[in-house]
Ligand binder design. Sequence first.
Ligand SMILES: [Mg+2]
Length: 308
Amino acid sequence: MADIIKTPATERPNLLGLIETLPDYVFIPDRHRFEQKAALIKKEGPENLGVIADFDRTCMLAGPDGYATSFNAVKMVFGHGSDFQQTGDMLYSHFNDREELGSLTDEELLTWWNATLGLYGWYGVDRGTLNEAARISNPRFPDTPFLCAREGFSELACLAARRNIPFMIFSAGLGDVIEESLKLHGIDMPPEMIIANRFRFDPMSGKVTGYDGNMPITSSGKNGTVIKAHDTTGLITTKSNLLLLGDSLGDAAMADGLDADTIIRAGFYLGEKTDLDRFQAYSEQYDVLVCGDHPMTSIVEILDTLTS
Ligand SMILES: [Mg+2]
């Protein structure tokens, strides 16, 4: 905080033009806080910055009812109305609303993730199913993939690459689906920069037999400890500043436990504007809010301004 106060006004980035031209669906809850953080990040340069982004409903569009996630993409492979989808949706409707409110216990989340694994085992999900989940079309818009990148995501990844800023995907979704989806969107991201749930496969049948690792990453388990365990090259963990992108309140805490000094949190608020308690909670946790299932082009402009 002391560093923030000491930062002379003359060294603060000229964000005025950028802030004034943001579209009306982008909201900066506390302009003073945002400008202070932006000043510090700008001052320390792109070499001290990393990006951590959630995948489902953040890098990808959320779709109607927020249903377009990597887990739900696997259900689409089995088909609308299939036993697989109906069973998966029973689990989804039992847990999802309370997950979004952050009121599920860690044990309940593990139960959900492990029940899903059981479903995959029972129905013989294999690598081909997961690749198909990344490719499958949106039933409403056949030329569009069900997992469809938010406008601006590719530009954000490219800008980070051009400025030598490490970009990490951190997801409680399905790593195999995410990796394939990124490839299909033409986004080149090395596997070590994707932290998500990957599977073990039976060497003979090729079917899913378990999560790769001791336990799955659930939405409550996304934190700096997990990042430290995976980021063996230190590309992200050594950065003093971070740009973080997420859509849930839990995502705002994804970097908790890392040693970063300054974190600008950009959130995708998919709730109702009339839900004042929820909107207030997002406004406290996030520095920038994209409200609704809108592009992330403003986040690209912010990254550009911070690092140019
Ligand atoms: Mg998400």
